[in-house]
Structure formats: structure tokens, C-alpha cells
Design a protein around this ligand. Structure first.
Ligand SMILES: [Zn+2]
Ligand SMILES: [Zn+2]
Length: 150
């Protein structure tokens, strides 16, 4: 782990009032390095030989979810995918996109969706998570554009 990465991770742990433990450090490092949400298995694979066992990975993820450092991004193929919460606000996560053709999930941190309004009485909204569906660039979006220009 690069010293500046370790620094950044330790600052995050401090700000979340979590102890700086090695499992937390290596899991956060794996999530930072990934360009998309990761399953627990992917995290274990990314950490490699210094990996704490899978039970520890799950328990550590739960503690960091509880502290708001990590979010459960979405569930795909019955498996939760986890990501850093740093691209979300307290009330709203960035939208996720699922391709209806290839099934690939993508983070769309730049896309903004207005917060839901007019929720019925008696419902307390903690956080808004939005899922968009359509075609990813590989399955049509970009390919169609090119076809039009020809
Ligand atoms: Zn696709
Ligand atoms: Zn995401």
C-alpha cells in the first residue's frame, strides 16, 4: 500500500471514529483501487495473500457500512456489491445503471436525480438509491451513434 493511500485511509477511519485496523485498511484499499462496486469475493481476491478470512471481511465491511464509510451499492446475481461512500451524499447515493442487454452494472457518479418528494405520511426516507436501466455503450449506446454518422 502506498504511504499516501495509507494516510488517506487512516484519515477516513479517524473521521468515522473507527480504529485503524489492518483488515479495515486492506479492504478500503481494495475498494479504492476498484473502478466498480466489489463483492466480498472480489475484495478477498484483490487483497491476495495478506487477506483476512472471508468472515472477517464480512464483519469488517458491516462495521464500515454502519459508520457510513462503505455503501451497499446494489445486489446482482443475489450478491451484494460494496463501494466507497465518498461519491454519495448523506441522503442520496449516486445512480447505478444496469444494462438490460449484458447485465453489467455501472456507477454514474455524475448523473443527478432530484430527491423524491411527496412521499406519503408515515414513511421516513433515510437515503435515496436510484437504478437506471437501458443499454450500456458496449451494447448499443455508442455503437448506434457511430452508425448514424456513417
Ligand atoms: Zn451492455
Ligand atoms: Zn456506485
Amino acid at each position: 500500500m502506498k504511504p499516501q493511500t495509507k494516510n488517506r485511509i487512516d484519515k477516513l477511519l479517524d473521521s468515522a471514529k473507527l480504529k485503524r485496523t489492518e483488515p479495515r485498511r486492506v479492504i478500503l484499499d481494495a475498494l479504492f483501487r476498484a473502478d466498480k462496486p466489489q463483492t466480498a469475493d472480489e475484495i478477498v481476491a484483490a487483497i491476495g495473500r495478506s487477506c483476512p478470512n472471508k468472515v472477517t471481511v464480512y464483519r469488517t465491511l458491516e462495521s464500515m457500512i454502519g459508520a457510513g464509510l462503505v455503501h451497499k451499492a446494489f445486489i446482482a446475481a443475489r450478491t451484494w456489491h460494496f463501494e466507497m461512500a465518498d461519491r454519495c451524499t448523506e441522503s442520496q447515493c449516486h445512480p447505478h445503471f444496469v444494462c438490460t442487454d449484458c447485465g453489467q452494472m455501472s456507477c454514474l457518479p455524475g448523473a443527478s436525480v432530484p430527491m423524491a418528494t411527496k412521499t406519503p405520511d408515515g414513511f421516513i426516507v433515510y437515503r435515496q438509491q436510484v437504478r437506471l436501466e437501458g443499454l450500456c455503450p458496449g451494447c448499443g449506446g455508442r455503437a448506434k451513434d457511430t452508425a448514424c454518422r456513417e
